[in-house]
Design a protein around this ligand. Structure first.
Ligand code: AKG
Length: 279
């Protein structure tokens, strides 16, 4: 990384004497032919006349893009690629704060939270958060499955219906996340499992503590997986706000909720999605 940043250097070279200096040197050369010590004088003069000339750098200096913060209601086109547009729709206060208070309490107490174990190359690990799954089909990610669970909590059904009414999108499944404190998190990923189909639409509703939802754009192949110069977005997701991710967002971007190293009270996040039976 440091190597990359240092690559663009100042380019330049020592130039010869200016035209004026050259002609006066020329004149003095002739007139000095018979003068003792004149050659030493000439040499000193020509060194003093040399100037450093800047040339354009051979490689353009790359800048790490500034993080973009999205915290106002609106529809944001965050990128457009060959295959289409990535779009976010942020609706702060989708659930009114007073209502959101009792909803948070009910969900905190009544959802059957548990800690999922995932599998990666170096072994298995427990997720640093609690989850619950609702839907007629199971949901598999990180090589372990969450069992189907058709028994929706009535409050979750009510919230799903409200989102469907406002957005016009339909959903058949829900992944619930409980971040118990600042140490709970979800690492960089995209919601792009084959069971979610092409260009999944995700409606993410938050309750409780505000946590940063961070996004980074997937780098082009020539960056070989290096995210140093990736575009970044931060969205503070607060009590009652709804974030819709649509278009190519899951194909072209990753997201995470990082750990925070100061006191954080619990946060619940509900991500409504559509799951299709796998072929
Ligand atoms: O908690 C959040 O806001 C994000 C959750 C998430 O990324 C996920 O469930 O895939």
């Amino acid at each position: 990384m440091a190597d990359k940043r240092q690559r663009a250097r100042v380019q330049g070279s020592w130039a010869g004497p200016s035209k004026k200096a050259a002609s006066s040197l020329q004149a003095s050369k002739h007139s000095s032919e018979n003068v003792p010590g004149a050659h030493r004088l000439l040499k000193e003069q020509s060194t003093a006349d040399r100037r450093f000339v800047f040339q354009d750098p051979t490689e353009v200096q790359r800048k790490i893009p500034e993080e973009r913060i999205i915290d106002k209601e609106g529809v944001y086109k965050i990128s457009s690629g060959l295959t289409g547009v990535s779009r976010l729709h942020l609706i702060p206060g989708f659930v009114d704060p007073k209502e959101a208070d009792w909803m948070f309490e009910q969900l905190h107490m009544e959802i059957p939270w548990h800690q999922k174990t995932n599998i990666r190359q170096d072994g298995s690990y427990q997720e640093p958060r609690l989850t619950a799954w609702y839907g007629d089909l199971p949901y598999t990610y990180s090589r372990t499955a969450m069992k189907s669970n058709p028994h929706w909590h009535p409050l979750l059904t009510m919230l799903k219906d409200r989102i469907v009414e406002v957005t016009g999108y339909t959903f058949n499944s829900l992944l619930c996340n409980l971040y118990r404190n600042g140490k709970d998190s979800i690492d960089w990923h995209s919601d792009d499992e084959p069971s979610m189909g092409r260009n999944p639409i995700i409606a993410s509703l938050s309750f409780g503590e505000t946590r940063n939802f961070e996004m980074r754009k997937k780098p082009p192949p020539e960056e070989k997986g290096d995210y140093t110069y990736a575009e970044r977005i931060r969205i503070p997701l607060n009590h009652g706000c709804l974030l819709i991710m649509e278009g190519e967002t899951q194909k072209d971007w990753q997201h995470r909720v990082p750990k925070e190293y100061h006191d954080r009270s619990p946060r619940i996040n509900l991500t409504f999605r559509t799951i299709y039976p796998e072929a």
